[in-house]
Design a protein around this ligand. Structure first.
Ligand code: ARG
Length: 580
């Protein structure tokens, strides 16, 4: 249980003891200002209102029942009936030492782990992975790691687009190239973007080729061996392109996590049959459609979701219906989280609604679309190359490394070449990921090299630098954070600020796990670094004349800050370095 929850449970007990109905929530939040204490309980007023009592008088009753002597050294009633809580420095010190001595900073795995499916990345394999899938990959990965850290069973599902009409065109083009020159094909396939463009050009120009492409789609879907082999070869190459990107970005996705659209193909007729048996399907101009009262068209009529086209073809939604069924019934998910851009919100709401109507999913399985906004260029328009084309991820990451090298050179560094390469990579990938993670997921975000690579501000370079500064404090003190012993004292105001921030790691991580909002953890780490810098200014460690005991206490605090930064960045999928 984290501190906020602990306090909340105590307030709940006190509310009930003071006469509130059982189950009345304590509503404890971190205080917005230091003079309001460390935490504030907001649960008194609504209950007083229900009981028809004066809220401040009721707060007095609650206060009398509140058993927090061990933890808190001051409780006060504020405003219309808030309760401000000031933690005891000695208690904080105990908590800090326990956290410092534990590898996981005393964050225990949850007592009831859930099975959580995370749908992330999901590029379309017909082309190379581009920035459109960056946010899904990075945010989804951070949330998956967070959930895992808390002890949940996470099943990653990379729902790649590997099916559909484009693939007929692509394999027809493979066939054509092989027949002309068998050796040319591998070369051509090394640049998928170009390969796609050439195939599309031919498709548009040559009716013969277009016919052949269509024929290949049908053959592919009918399981024709030759077409399937060509298709498989294409998919393998495309997937390995994505995997290179994952590897560079330190994203925890492997081939085992791929559950492609094609994998659901055989199940699609079942989906149609079940919907039909349940009386949910209607024929509409030859197509099979589910009409949903929950969604209205512009004219106010129930909106139709096409499940099967007139020609027998299935749609994106059909596959997603099969996927919800698989995730709930076969993977036994308690929650399914979708990291897919906000433009698909309606699609998912419809899919979830139909899945429930059709009984494809367990009633208590929670389906959550966690949408995100678009990535914009500095001109505020969708992120494009200077020529207006799509930005390939691999090229974007190259540029990040070039720019990180410049930042490091400008800053000045004593690292040798080998170390430098490592640091440049960590800073570059960290910067790209953190820039994305630190923004509120649901808003559009502006991709700016200068902002993300700045050494101050809420950036990865700033946090990585703070981490290295702590390492250098240890080097200077000739101390090993692993073997430090002794006690922590929380005395100075900056120490207290730092202490309370350190103690909030657990509740922050839990909020991220619940809402899928890594930006809260980013803000937390940024504030922690700020609190550390203020502390370090006022509370020197290595300065002459600092008594041994105080020095040791401060070193312990430094060690816990480093540990906390490391856990936080790990959970976000960002690698730390010891020197910069
Ligand atoms: N491939 C899709 C796209 O690029 C995203 C898939 C997201 N996941 C899903 N289950 N539909 O738009």
């Amino acid at each position: 249980m984290n501190i906020r929850q602990y306090l909340e449970a105590k307030v709940r007990e006190a509310l009930v003891a003071a006469g509130a109905p059982t189950g009345s929530p304590g509503v404890v939040r971190p205080s917005s200002r230091a003079n309001f204490g460390d935490y504030q309980a907001n649960g008194v007023m609504p209950v007083a209102k229900k009981l028809g009592m004066n809220p401040r008088e009721f707060a007095e009753l609650v206060l009398a029942k509140l058993d927090l002597d061990e933890v808190v050294d001051k409780l006060e009633i504020a405003g219309p009936g808030f309760i401000n809580m000031f933690l005891k420095p000695e208690w904080m010190a105990d908590q800090l030492i326990t956290a410092q001595q534990d590898e996981r900073a005393n964050i225990q795995p949850v007592s009831k782990p859930q099975t959580i499916v995370v749908d992330l990345s999901a590029p379309n394999l017909a082309k190379e992975m581009h920035v459109g899938h960056l946010r899904s990959t990075i945010i989804g990965d951070a949330v998956a790691r967070t959930l895992e850290f808390l002890g949940h069973k996470v099943i990653r599902q990379n729902h790649v687009g590997d099916w559909g009409t484009q693939f007929g065109m692509l394999i027809a083009y493979m066939e054509k190239l092989t027949s002309e020159n068998p050796d040319a094909l591998s070369m051509e396939l090394s640049d998928l973007e170009n390969f796609y463009r050439e195939a599309k050009k031919l498709f548009d120009e040559s009716p013969e080729f277009a016919d052949q492409s269509r024929e290949y789609v049908v053959k592919l879907q009918a399981g024709d061996e030759h077409c399937k082999n060509l298709w498989q070869r294409f998919i393998d190459i495309s997937l390995s392109h994505s995997e290179e990107v994952y590897e560079r970005l330190n994203v925890s996705l492997t081939r085992n996590d791929v559950m492609a659209e094609s994998a659901y193909n055989d199940d699609l007729p079942n989906i149609v049959n079940i919907l039909s048996d349940k009386g949910l399907l209607k024929e509409d101009q030859g197509a099979k459609v589910v009409f949903l009262d929950q969604f209205k068209t512009k004219d106010g009529d129930p909106m139709g979701v096409i499940i099967q086209k007139k020609d027998g073809g299935y749609l994106y939604a059909t596959t997603d219906l099969a996927a919800t069924r698989h995730r709930s019934r076969t993977l036994h998910a308690d929650r399914v989280l979708y990291y897919v851009d906000a433009r698909q919100s309606q699609h998912f709401q419809q899919v979830f609604t139909i899945s429930r109507l059709a009984g494809f999913v367990n009633e208590n399985c929670s389906f959550e679309h966690h949408p995100f906004g678009m990535m914009l260029g500095e001109d505020g328009r969708p992120f494009k190359t200077r020529e207006g084309g799509v930005v390939k991820l691999a090229e974007l990451l190259d540029e990040a490394e070039e720019r990180a090298a410049v930042v490091l050179a400008d800053k000045g560094t004593n690292l040798d070449e080998e170390q430098k390469v490592k640091v440049i990579r960590a800073v570059a990938m960290g910067a790209v990921k953190y820039a994305d993670l630190s923004k509120n997921r649901t808003s559009d975000y502006v991709f700016s090299w200068d902002n993300m690579l700045a050494l101050d501000g809420n950036t990865a370079p700033y946090l990585l630098y703070a981490y290295t500064r702590i390492q250098s404090i240890f080097r200077k003190a000739n101390a090993d954070p692993q073997t430090l012993e002794g006690s922590i004292q929380v005395v100075e105001p900056t120490e207290r600020q730092l202490a309370i921030q350190l103690l909030r790691l657990h509740e922050t991580i839990e909020t991220v796990a619940l809402d899928g909002t890594p930006h809260l953890l980013c803000s937390y780490l940024y504030e922690l670094s700020g609190a550390f810098m203020s502390f370090y200014e006022k509370c020197p460690v290595n300065k002459e004349g600092v008594p041994e005991e105080i020095k040791n206490s401060r070193l312990l605090l430094c060690a816990l800050v480093a540990k906390t930064l490391k856990i936080g960045l790990d959970v976000l999928g960002i690698e730390t370095v010891d020197q910069m």
